[in-house]
Design a protein around this ligand. Structure first.
Ligand SMILES: [Zn+2]
Length: 442
Protein backbone atom coordinates (compact mmCIF):
# COMPACT_ATOMS: atom_id res chain seq x y z
CA UNK A 1 0.00 0.00 0.00
CA UNK A 2 1.29 3.45 -0.88
CA UNK A 3 1.80 5.51 2.23
CA UNK A 4 3.73 8.74 2.16
CA UNK A 5 4.21 8.75 5.95
CA UNK A 6 4.47 5.03 6.78
CA UNK A 7 5.62 5.39 10.42
CA UNK A 8 4.02 8.79 11.04
CA UNK A 9 7.34 10.65 11.41
CA UNK A 10 6.08 13.70 9.53
CA UNK A 11 2.95 13.75 11.69
CA UNK A 12 5.06 13.66 14.89
CA UNK A 13 6.90 16.78 13.80
CA UNK A 14 3.76 18.33 12.37
CA UNK A 15 4.66 18.85 8.69
CA UNK A 16 3.46 17.36 5.41
CA UNK A 17 5.57 14.71 3.64
CA UNK A 18 6.50 17.22 0.94
CA UNK A 19 7.88 19.78 3.44
CA UNK A 20 11.24 21.38 2.66
CA UNK A 21 14.31 20.84 4.83
CA UNK A 22 13.84 24.36 6.19
CA UNK A 23 10.18 23.75 7.10
CA UNK A 24 11.10 20.50 8.86
CA UNK A 25 13.81 22.25 10.86
CA UNK A 26 11.49 25.06 11.96
CA UNK A 27 8.67 22.69 12.86
CA UNK A 28 11.10 20.49 14.80
CA UNK A 29 12.26 23.45 16.91
CA UNK A 30 8.70 24.39 17.66
CA UNK A 31 7.70 20.82 18.58
CA UNK A 32 10.83 20.30 20.70
CA UNK A 33 10.01 23.41 22.68
CA UNK A 34 6.39 22.31 23.10
CA UNK A 35 7.38 18.95 24.54
CA UNK A 36 10.62 19.60 26.43
CA UNK A 37 10.30 19.58 30.25
CA UNK A 38 12.26 22.85 30.63
CA UNK A 39 10.33 24.91 28.14
CA UNK A 40 6.85 23.50 28.15
CA UNK A 41 3.89 23.84 30.49
CA UNK A 42 2.66 20.49 29.30
CA UNK A 43 5.86 18.43 28.85
CA UNK A 44 5.99 14.89 27.63
CA UNK A 45 9.25 12.97 27.73
CA UNK A 46 7.90 10.29 25.41
CA UNK A 47 6.74 12.78 22.83
CA UNK A 48 10.01 14.71 23.10
CA UNK A 49 11.92 11.54 22.34
CA UNK A 50 9.65 10.75 19.40
CA UNK A 51 10.11 14.24 17.98
CA UNK A 52 13.88 13.89 18.26
CA UNK A 53 13.93 10.45 16.71
CA UNK A 54 11.75 11.60 13.82
CA UNK A 55 13.94 14.65 13.22
CA UNK A 56 17.07 12.51 13.20
CA UNK A 57 15.72 10.65 10.17
CA UNK A 58 13.99 13.51 8.36
CA UNK A 59 16.92 15.93 8.68
CA UNK A 60 19.33 13.51 7.01
CA UNK A 61 18.67 13.54 3.25
CA UNK A 62 19.73 9.94 2.79
CA UNK A 63 17.73 8.60 5.73
CA UNK A 64 14.73 10.65 4.63
CA UNK A 65 14.94 9.21 1.11
CA UNK A 66 15.06 5.73 2.57
CA UNK A 67 12.06 6.48 4.81
CA UNK A 68 9.98 8.11 2.05
CA UNK A 69 10.51 5.27 -0.38
CA UNK A 70 9.81 2.63 2.28
CA UNK A 71 6.14 3.64 2.08
CA UNK A 72 5.89 2.04 -1.35
CA UNK A 73 5.28 -1.59 -0.62
CA UNK A 74 2.63 -3.83 -1.98
CA UNK A 75 1.68 -7.33 -1.00
CA UNK A 76 0.57 -9.93 -3.49
CA UNK A 77 -2.84 -9.80 -1.78
CA UNK A 78 -3.29 -6.11 -2.50
CA UNK A 79 -2.31 -6.48 -6.14
CA UNK A 80 -4.81 -9.25 -6.63
CA UNK A 81 -7.72 -7.54 -4.92
CA UNK A 82 -7.51 -3.84 -5.64
CA UNK A 83 -6.05 -1.23 -7.93
CA UNK A 84 -2.90 0.51 -6.71
CA UNK A 85 -2.01 4.06 -7.68
CA UNK A 86 1.32 4.29 -9.50
CA UNK A 87 3.95 6.55 -7.95
CA UNK A 88 3.34 10.23 -8.65
CA UNK A 89 5.95 12.92 -9.14
CA UNK A 90 6.07 15.14 -6.04
CA UNK A 91 6.17 18.23 -8.26
CA UNK A 92 3.76 17.78 -11.17
CA UNK A 93 1.66 15.14 -9.33
CA UNK A 94 1.51 13.04 -12.51
CA UNK A 95 1.89 9.28 -12.39
CA UNK A 96 5.33 8.43 -13.66
CA UNK A 97 6.48 5.00 -14.81
CA UNK A 98 10.11 5.50 -13.89
CA UNK A 99 10.24 7.76 -10.83
CA UNK A 100 13.42 8.46 -8.98
CA UNK A 101 14.01 9.70 -5.46
CA UNK A 102 16.54 12.49 -5.94
CA UNK A 103 18.31 14.92 -3.62
CA UNK A 104 19.42 18.16 -5.24
CA UNK A 105 21.23 20.80 -3.26
CA UNK A 106 21.35 24.55 -2.97
CA UNK A 107 24.06 26.71 -1.43
CA UNK A 108 23.41 29.96 0.39
CA UNK A 109 26.36 32.06 1.55
CA UNK A 110 26.71 35.24 3.49
CA UNK A 111 30.28 36.37 4.22
CA UNK A 112 31.44 33.78 6.80
CA UNK A 113 28.37 31.55 6.71
CA UNK A 114 27.70 29.00 4.01
CA UNK A 115 24.88 26.46 4.15
CA UNK A 116 23.93 23.63 1.85
CA UNK A 117 20.25 22.77 1.80
CA UNK A 118 18.82 19.58 0.29
CA UNK A 119 15.79 19.74 -1.99
CA UNK A 120 14.48 16.22 -2.24
CA UNK A 121 11.57 14.12 -3.29
CA UNK A 122 10.20 11.74 -5.86
CA UNK A 123 10.63 13.25 -9.30
CA UNK A 124 9.67 12.47 -12.84
CA UNK A 125 12.69 12.97 -15.12
CA UNK A 126 11.32 16.19 -16.57
CA UNK A 127 10.61 17.80 -13.17
CA UNK A 128 14.05 16.61 -11.99
CA UNK A 129 15.74 18.49 -14.83
CA UNK A 130 13.78 21.63 -13.93
CA UNK A 131 14.59 21.32 -10.23
CA UNK A 132 18.28 20.68 -10.97
CA UNK A 133 18.36 23.83 -13.08
CA UNK A 134 16.50 25.92 -10.51
CA UNK A 135 18.70 24.74 -7.62
CA UNK A 136 21.88 25.43 -9.61
CA UNK A 137 20.63 28.86 -10.65
CA UNK A 138 19.84 29.81 -7.04
CA UNK A 139 23.23 28.45 -5.97
CA UNK A 140 24.97 30.41 -8.72
CA UNK A 141 23.43 33.64 -7.40
CA UNK A 142 23.70 33.02 -3.64
CA UNK A 143 26.43 30.41 -3.15
CA UNK A 144 29.73 32.08 -3.97
CA UNK A 145 29.76 34.84 -1.41
CA UNK A 146 31.06 33.04 1.68
CA UNK A 147 34.60 32.42 2.93
CA UNK A 148 36.03 29.85 2.61
CA UNK A 149 33.34 27.31 1.75
CA UNK A 150 31.11 29.37 -0.55
CA UNK A 151 33.02 28.81 -3.81
CA UNK A 152 33.95 25.20 -2.97
CA UNK A 153 30.37 24.16 -2.15
CA UNK A 154 28.98 26.17 -5.05
CA UNK A 155 31.11 24.44 -7.66
CA UNK A 156 30.49 21.02 -6.12
CA UNK A 157 26.74 21.51 -5.80
CA UNK A 158 26.16 22.92 -9.30
CA UNK A 159 28.16 20.11 -10.89
CA UNK A 160 26.37 17.57 -8.70
CA UNK A 161 22.97 18.91 -9.77
CA UNK A 162 24.11 18.89 -13.40
CA UNK A 163 24.97 15.22 -13.16
CA UNK A 164 21.48 14.37 -11.90
CA UNK A 165 21.76 15.00 -8.15
CA UNK A 166 22.18 12.32 -5.50
CA UNK A 167 19.88 9.34 -5.51
CA UNK A 168 19.72 6.05 -3.76
CA UNK A 169 19.70 2.97 -5.94
CA UNK A 170 17.72 1.01 -3.34
CA UNK A 171 14.99 3.64 -3.10
CA UNK A 172 14.71 3.73 -6.89
CA UNK A 173 14.46 -0.08 -7.07
CA UNK A 174 11.71 -0.05 -4.47
CA UNK A 175 9.74 2.59 -6.39
CA UNK A 176 10.18 0.73 -9.69
CA UNK A 177 8.99 -2.53 -8.17
CA UNK A 178 6.01 -0.84 -6.54
CA UNK A 179 5.13 0.75 -9.87
CA UNK A 180 5.41 -2.60 -11.60
CA UNK A 181 2.77 -4.01 -9.26
CA UNK A 182 0.61 -0.87 -9.50
CA UNK A 183 0.49 -1.01 -13.30
CA UNK A 184 -0.19 -4.75 -13.10
CA UNK A 185 -3.12 -4.13 -10.74
CA UNK A 186 -4.50 -1.71 -13.34
CA UNK A 187 -4.12 -4.16 -16.19
CA UNK A 188 -1.24 -2.38 -17.95
CA UNK A 189 0.60 -5.62 -18.52
CA UNK A 190 3.20 -4.39 -21.03
CA UNK A 191 4.39 -1.62 -18.74
CA UNK A 192 4.31 -3.94 -15.72
CA UNK A 193 6.44 -6.43 -17.66
CA UNK A 194 9.02 -3.76 -18.62
CA UNK A 195 9.30 -2.62 -15.01
CA UNK A 196 9.55 -6.23 -13.82
CA UNK A 197 12.46 -6.72 -16.25
CA UNK A 198 14.19 -3.70 -14.72
CA UNK A 199 13.46 -4.95 -11.19
CA UNK A 200 15.11 -8.31 -11.90
CA UNK A 201 18.47 -6.55 -11.53
CA UNK A 202 17.52 -5.04 -8.14
CA UNK A 203 20.07 -5.38 -5.35
CA UNK A 204 17.35 -6.41 -2.88
CA UNK A 205 17.19 -10.22 -3.37
CA UNK A 206 13.50 -10.31 -2.50
CA UNK A 207 12.57 -7.76 -5.18
CA UNK A 208 14.79 -9.39 -7.79
CA UNK A 209 13.40 -12.89 -7.17
CA UNK A 210 9.77 -11.69 -7.15
CA UNK A 211 10.44 -9.68 -10.34
CA UNK A 212 12.02 -12.67 -12.06
CA UNK A 213 9.06 -14.81 -11.14
CA UNK A 214 6.57 -12.20 -12.35
CA UNK A 215 8.46 -11.72 -15.64
CA UNK A 216 8.21 -15.45 -16.33
CA UNK A 217 4.50 -15.53 -15.53
CA UNK A 218 3.84 -12.56 -17.81
CA UNK A 219 5.87 -14.11 -20.64
CA UNK A 220 3.64 -17.18 -20.37
CA UNK A 221 0.57 -14.96 -20.85
CA UNK A 222 2.04 -13.75 -24.14
CA UNK A 223 3.73 -10.41 -23.47
CA UNK A 224 6.10 -9.47 -26.28
CA UNK A 225 9.51 -8.99 -24.60
CA UNK A 226 10.84 -6.89 -27.51
CA UNK A 227 7.95 -4.45 -27.75
CA UNK A 228 7.88 -3.40 -24.17
CA UNK A 229 11.38 -2.13 -23.60
CA UNK A 230 11.43 1.27 -21.84
CA UNK A 231 13.72 4.12 -22.71
CA UNK A 232 15.71 5.56 -19.81
CA UNK A 233 14.45 9.13 -19.31
CA UNK A 234 17.12 9.80 -16.71
CA UNK A 235 20.07 10.40 -19.03
CA UNK A 236 20.84 14.01 -18.28
CA UNK A 237 22.75 14.37 -21.53
CA UNK A 238 25.37 16.79 -22.74
CA UNK A 239 23.16 19.85 -23.20
CA UNK A 240 21.87 19.58 -19.64
CA UNK A 241 25.42 19.28 -18.29
CA UNK A 242 26.65 22.22 -20.36
CA UNK A 243 23.91 24.40 -18.84
CA UNK A 244 25.25 23.63 -15.37
CA UNK A 245 28.88 24.08 -16.45
CA UNK A 246 27.92 27.51 -17.78
CA UNK A 247 26.39 28.31 -14.38
CA UNK A 248 29.66 27.30 -12.67
CA UNK A 249 31.64 29.56 -15.00
CA UNK A 250 29.31 32.57 -15.16
CA UNK A 251 30.13 34.31 -11.88
CA UNK A 252 33.94 33.82 -12.07
CA UNK A 253 33.87 35.13 -15.65
CA UNK A 254 31.89 38.23 -14.70
CA UNK A 255 34.17 38.93 -11.73
CA UNK A 256 37.30 38.38 -13.85
CA UNK A 257 35.79 40.66 -16.50
CA UNK A 258 35.32 43.45 -13.97
CA UNK A 259 38.90 43.17 -12.71
CA UNK A 260 40.39 42.79 -16.19
CA UNK A 261 38.55 45.52 -18.04
CA UNK A 262 41.83 47.06 -19.19
CA UNK A 263 43.20 43.78 -20.51
CA UNK A 264 39.94 42.92 -22.26
CA UNK A 265 39.84 46.36 -23.86
CA UNK A 266 43.40 45.88 -25.02
CA UNK A 267 42.64 42.48 -26.59
CA UNK A 268 39.67 44.05 -28.26
CA UNK A 269 41.39 47.14 -29.61
CA UNK A 270 44.91 45.73 -29.99
CA UNK A 271 46.31 48.59 -27.93
CA UNK A 272 48.61 47.89 -24.98
CA UNK A 273 47.34 48.15 -21.43
CA UNK A 274 48.00 51.67 -20.17
CA UNK A 275 50.30 51.88 -17.20
CA UNK A 276 49.43 54.45 -14.59
CA UNK A 277 51.79 57.37 -15.05
CA UNK A 278 52.43 60.44 -12.95
CA UNK A 279 54.40 63.46 -14.00
CA UNK A 280 55.77 65.94 -11.53
CA UNK A 281 57.86 68.83 -12.66
CA UNK A 282 59.93 71.18 -10.67
CA UNK A 283 61.45 74.60 -10.87
CA UNK A 284 64.53 75.30 -8.77
CA UNK A 285 65.26 78.90 -7.86
CA UNK A 286 67.44 80.82 -10.36
CA UNK A 287 71.09 79.98 -10.02
CA UNK A 288 73.19 82.65 -8.53
CA UNK A 289 75.82 84.09 -10.80
CA UNK A 290 78.10 84.24 -7.78
CA UNK A 291 78.43 80.49 -7.70
CA UNK A 292 82.07 79.56 -7.49
CA UNK A 293 83.13 78.26 -10.87
CA UNK A 294 84.25 74.67 -10.85
CA UNK A 295 87.67 75.37 -12.31
CA UNK A 296 89.00 77.07 -9.14
CA UNK A 297 88.17 74.03 -6.98
CA UNK A 298 91.32 72.19 -5.95
CA UNK A 299 91.49 69.08 -8.09
CA UNK A 300 92.83 66.90 -5.28
CA UNK A 301 89.52 67.20 -3.37
CA UNK A 302 87.31 66.49 -6.35
CA UNK A 303 85.67 63.17 -7.15
CA UNK A 304 88.30 61.16 -9.01
CA UNK A 305 85.94 58.99 -11.04
CA UNK A 306 82.99 61.11 -11.92
CA UNK A 307 79.84 58.93 -12.12
CA UNK A 308 78.19 58.58 -15.49
CA UNK A 309 74.65 59.69 -16.11
CA UNK A 310 72.23 57.33 -14.41
CA UNK A 311 74.78 55.70 -12.08
CA UNK A 312 73.64 54.71 -8.62
CA UNK A 313 75.81 56.47 -6.06
CA UNK A 314 78.04 54.58 -3.65
CA UNK A 315 76.35 52.69 -0.86
CA UNK A 316 72.88 52.93 -2.32
CA UNK A 317 70.95 51.02 -4.88
CA UNK A 318 70.94 47.63 -3.07
CA UNK A 319 67.18 47.79 -2.70
CA UNK A 320 66.80 48.23 -6.43
CA UNK A 321 66.11 45.12 -8.45
CA UNK A 322 65.39 44.53 -12.12
CA UNK A 323 61.61 44.32 -11.52
CA UNK A 324 59.52 46.99 -9.90
CA UNK A 325 58.17 50.46 -10.40
CA UNK A 326 59.91 52.78 -12.83
CA UNK A 327 61.36 56.09 -11.75
CA UNK A 328 62.32 58.39 -14.59
CA UNK A 329 64.26 61.59 -14.01
CA UNK A 330 64.73 64.24 -16.69
CA UNK A 331 67.27 66.83 -15.77
CA UNK A 332 66.81 70.22 -17.42
CA UNK A 333 67.98 72.20 -14.39
CA UNK A 334 71.20 73.51 -15.89
CA UNK A 335 73.59 71.41 -13.81
CA UNK A 336 74.19 67.83 -12.74
CA UNK A 337 71.76 66.53 -10.13
CA UNK A 338 71.74 63.96 -7.36
CA UNK A 339 68.35 62.39 -6.80
CA UNK A 340 67.44 60.47 -3.65
CA UNK A 341 64.55 58.11 -3.11
CA UNK A 342 63.74 58.15 0.60
CA UNK A 343 61.39 55.83 2.48
CA UNK A 344 58.71 58.14 3.87
CA UNK A 345 58.31 56.14 7.10
CA UNK A 346 61.88 55.38 8.13
CA UNK A 347 63.33 58.40 6.30
CA UNK A 348 66.18 56.15 5.07
CA UNK A 349 67.58 56.64 1.61
CA UNK A 350 66.91 53.54 -0.43
CA UNK A 351 68.52 54.77 -3.64
CA UNK A 352 70.55 57.70 -4.86
CA UNK A 353 71.38 58.50 -8.47
CA UNK A 354 73.54 60.84 -10.45
CA UNK A 355 71.92 62.55 -13.44
CA UNK A 356 74.06 64.56 -15.82
CA UNK A 357 72.93 67.98 -16.94
CA UNK A 358 70.41 67.91 -19.74
CA UNK A 359 70.08 64.13 -19.57
CA UNK A 360 67.48 61.61 -18.46
CA UNK A 361 67.73 58.28 -16.70
CA UNK A 362 65.35 55.51 -15.82
CA UNK A 363 65.41 53.15 -12.83
CA UNK A 364 63.17 50.17 -13.33
CA UNK A 365 63.45 48.38 -9.98
CA UNK A 366 61.83 50.51 -7.26
CA UNK A 367 60.13 48.13 -4.78
CA UNK A 368 56.64 48.72 -3.32
CA UNK A 369 56.64 51.39 -0.65
CA UNK A 370 56.00 55.05 0.17
CA UNK A 371 58.69 57.44 -0.94
CA UNK A 372 59.78 61.02 -1.07
CA UNK A 373 61.90 62.15 -3.99
CA UNK A 374 64.64 64.64 -3.11
CA UNK A 375 67.21 66.32 -5.29
CA UNK A 376 70.23 68.53 -5.19
CA UNK A 377 71.45 70.46 -8.21
CA UNK A 378 75.10 71.51 -8.21
CA UNK A 379 78.27 71.48 -10.21
CA UNK A 380 81.46 69.57 -9.32
CA UNK A 381 81.30 66.54 -7.05
CA UNK A 382 83.44 66.33 -3.95
CA UNK A 383 85.91 63.50 -3.34
CA UNK A 384 83.16 61.32 -1.79
CA UNK A 385 81.48 61.43 -5.23
CA UNK A 386 78.05 61.95 -3.65
CA UNK A 387 77.86 65.63 -2.78
CA UNK A 388 78.51 68.89 -4.62
CA UNK A 389 81.05 71.58 -3.77
CA UNK A 390 78.43 74.17 -4.65
CA UNK A 391 74.78 73.38 -4.48
CA UNK A 392 72.46 75.58 -6.52
CA UNK A 393 69.22 74.09 -5.19
CA UNK A 394 68.12 71.43 -2.70
CA UNK A 395 64.53 70.39 -2.39
CA UNK A 396 61.98 67.67 -2.40
CA UNK A 397 58.75 67.02 -4.22
CA UNK A 398 55.84 67.69 -1.90
CA UNK A 399 53.85 64.51 -2.37
CA UNK A 400 54.65 61.13 -0.90
CA UNK A 401 54.49 58.55 -3.69
CA UNK A 402 52.80 55.31 -2.68
CA UNK A 403 53.91 52.60 -5.05
CA UNK A 404 51.91 49.39 -4.94
CA UNK A 405 52.19 46.56 -7.47
CA UNK A 406 48.83 45.31 -8.70
CA UNK A 407 48.62 41.67 -9.64
CA UNK A 408 45.90 40.30 -11.86
CA UNK A 409 45.69 36.75 -13.12
CA UNK A 410 47.54 37.66 -16.29
CA UNK A 411 49.55 40.77 -15.50
CA UNK A 412 51.64 42.56 -12.96
CA UNK A 413 50.98 46.27 -13.17
CA UNK A 414 53.63 48.60 -11.82
CA UNK A 415 53.75 52.38 -11.80
CA UNK A 416 55.84 54.73 -13.82
CA UNK A 417 56.83 58.03 -12.19
CA UNK A 418 58.36 60.82 -14.19
CA UNK A 419 60.03 63.81 -12.57
CA UNK A 420 61.46 66.69 -14.52
CA UNK A 421 63.87 69.20 -13.06
CA UNK A 422 63.57 72.58 -14.79
CA UNK A 423 65.77 75.64 -14.55
CA UNK A 424 63.00 78.07 -15.37
CA UNK A 425 59.54 78.45 -13.89
CA UNK A 426 57.25 75.83 -15.31
CA UNK A 427 55.78 72.52 -14.28
CA UNK A 428 52.86 71.59 -12.11
CA UNK A 429 54.47 71.02 -8.73
CA UNK A 430 55.84 73.54 -6.27
CA UNK A 431 58.82 71.88 -4.61
CA UNK A 432 59.62 72.21 -0.93
CA UNK A 433 63.01 73.52 0.03
CA UNK A 434 65.26 71.30 2.07
CA UNK A 435 68.38 71.89 4.13
CA UNK A 436 71.63 70.40 2.91
CA UNK A 437 71.87 68.44 6.19
CA UNK A 438 68.49 66.87 5.60
CA UNK A 439 69.46 65.95 2.05
CA UNK A 440 72.83 64.52 3.14
CA UNK A 441 71.32 62.38 5.88
CA UNK A 442 71.69 58.68 5.09
ZN1 LIG B 1 6.93 15.78 -12.54
Amino acid sequence: MQNSDPRGLYAVIGVSPVATAEEIKNAFRRRAKETHPDTSSNPSATLFQQVNAAYKILSDPEARAEYDSSGYQASAEEVRHKQLDPVCCSRCKQATAQPRYVVFRRVYSFILATIRTPVQGIFCASCARKEAFRSSLITMCTGWWGVPWGPIYTIGVILGNGFGGEYSKEAEERLTWYNCLAFLSRGNVDLAYSLAQMSRKASDPEISSRATELSRELEKTGVDPKRSRLKNPWNFGLVERLKHLAMVAAVPLVVAGIFMQDQIASWWTGRPVPRPSYTSTYTPPPRTTKAVPAKIVPVTNACSTRPRNGDALDGYGNAISSQGHVLEIRNGSGGPAIVKVRDSFSNRTIASFYISDNAAAEYPGIPDGSYRIQYAVGDELRSDCRSFFNTAAVGQFPNVERLQTERTSTQIITQHLTYTLYAVASGNVRPQSLSMEAFDAP
